[in-house]
Design a protein around this ligand. Structure first.
Ligand SMILES: [Zn+2]
Length: 354
C-alpha cells in the first residue's frame, strides 16, 4: 500500500478529527452523533464547520478556557463585560448573541436556558431545526466568534444587524457555488456508476467563490469495478471564473493519470462549459487559452482519455473534497486508500453497487 500525505494545515487536521469523531461516535453510540452528522452535512463553508465543531468540543480559546491553561488575566467578556467569558456565554448569553438568536428567523429565545451546556444546546437544535435554518445558525455562531476576535485584536465590532447580514450573504454565495440538485439525488438512475470493463473513471471538480482570488481543485479515480484508486486536492492561487477552475481541475486530473501510468480513462466534470471549450476547434476563450491548449495537447497524445460531462450529483465525491481544496495550502495525492474525510461519501455513492 502506498499512502502519502504532505504536511497538513490546521484546517485539514481539524477536519480529519471531525470525521474521526463521527466515525468513533457511530461505533460507540455517542449521544452527540446527530450533532456531528448535522455539522458535517451542513451546506456551509468548511471553516465554519470546523469552528463550530471546536466550539462544541470546548477547544476555542475563550478566556475561561485559557484560564485552565495558566492564563491569569481578565475573565470578562470582551463585548459586554459579563464576568466570565466561556463558550456558552459567547454563543448563547452575550447580549449580541441573544439579540440575534431570539429574533427572526431563529426565534430561539425559549431555548437559551442557563442550565444547558453549549454542546447540548446545539445538539437540541441539530435534532429540531430544518437544514437551511441550522446552516444559518452555524454561520451566526462562526460570525459571533469572529466578532469577538475582532474586538480582541482590532478593537472593532459589528452590530447584530451587520453580523447577520454579512454572514448570511456569505452563506448565500457559498450556497450558489455548491448547489446540488436534490431532486436528482433521489433518483436511483442518477447514481454514480463505474465506467465499465477495462475503463477507469476520474471525477474532477473545482471550487471558486466570486470575490475571492484563490480556488481549489480535486478529483477521485475509481477502477472499472468502482474501487477507489487515487485522489488529489490542490489549491489554485488565482482564478477568475468557474469555468477556469474546472479547467484547472481537468488539467490536474491529467497529471494524476500520468503519475499513475494507467490507460483508458473517462474524466468526468460537472461543468459543461469546460467540456465544450476543450472540444471546440474554432473559437478560443482568450483568458483560458493557455490551459485549454495544455489540456488539448495532452488529450491529443492520449486517445484513451476522454472528457465528459456529468451531473453534479454524480460528482459528489469530487465535490466533497471542495472545502479541503479550497482552504488547503498544499497539493495532496492519495493512492489506494481514500482520505478519511471522504470515506462516508464514497461508501454512500457505491453502496448500490454491492
Ligand atoms: Zn458578553
Amino acid at each position: 500500500m502506498v499512502f502519502f500525505l504532505p504536511k497538513k494545515d490546521d484546517n485539514t487536521i481539524a477536519r480529519t478529527k471531525v470525521l474521526e469523531n463521527v466515525l468513533t461516535s457511530t461505533s460507540q453510540g455517542d449521544p452527540y452523533k446527530e450533532l456531528w452528522r448535522r455539522i458535517w452535512k451542513a451546506t456551509v463553508p468548511g471553516k465554519v464547520q470546523i469552528y463550530v465543531w471546536r466550539a462544541c468540543s470546548n477547544l476555542l480559546p475563550t478566556r475561561a478556557k485559557l484560564s485552565t491553561k495558566g492564563y491569569q488575566g481578565d475573565l470578562q467578556c470582551l463585548l459586554c463585560s459579563h464576568a466570565y467569558e466561556d463558550t456558552s456565554h459567547v454563543f448563547c448569553k452575550c447580549p449580541i448573541a441573544t439579540a440575534i438568536l431570539t429574533a427572526s428567523p431563529f426565534n430561539l429565545g425559549s431555548s437559551l436556558l442557563p442550565s444547558l451546556e453549549f454542546k447540548e444546546w446545539l445538539l437540541d437544535h441539530a435534532r429540531n431545526l430544518p437544514n437551511d435554518l441550522f446552516a444559518k445558525l452555524l454561520m451566526i455562531l462562526w460570525a459571533l466568534w469572529k466578532n469577538r476576535n475582532n474586538m480582541l485584536w482590532n478593537h472593532t465590532k459589528q452590530s447584530a444587524e451587520e453580523l447577520v447580514l454579512s454572514s448570511l450573504a456569505w452563506l448565500e454565495e457559498f450556497g450558489k457555488a455548491n448547489k446540488i440538485n436534490k431532486t436528482a439525488l433521489s433518483k436511483p438512475k442518477q447514481a454514480w456508476r463505474p465506467a465499465g470493463y477495462g475503463t477507469w473513471k476520474l471525477n474532477v471538480d473545482g471550487s471558486f467563490l466570486p470575490g475571492i482570488a484563490h480556488g481549489g481543485v480535486r478529483g477521485v479515480l475509481h477502477d472499472d469495478a468502482g474501487q477507489f484508486r487515487a485522489a488529489f486536492a490542490a489549491p489554485i492561487p488565482a482564478v477568475a471564473s468557474t469555468r477556469q477552475v474546472e479547467l484547472w481541475a481537468i488539467k490536474e486530473g491529467l497529471k494524476l493519470v500520468a503519475t499513475m501510468q494507467v490507460s483508458n480513462i473517462i474524466i468526468e466534470t460537472d461543468c459543461l462549459e469546460a467540456v465544450s471549450c476543450i472540444a471546440e476547434t474554432q473559437f478560443t476563450y482568450v483568458h483560458d487559452e493557455g490551459i485549454i491548449d495544455d489540456i488539448r495537447q495532452e488529450l491529443n497524445h492520449r486517445t484513451d482519455i476522454s472528457v465528459q460531462h456529468t451531473s453534479r450529483v454524480n460528482n459528489r465525491v469530487a465535490h466533497c473534497l471542495a472545502n479541503l481544496a479550497f482552504e488547503a495550502r498544499h497539493s495532496s495525492m492519495w493512492f489506494m486508500k481514500p482520505p478519511d474525510f471522504i470515506v462516508g461519501v464514497l461508501n454512500d455513492d457505491c453502496k448500490h453497487l454491492r
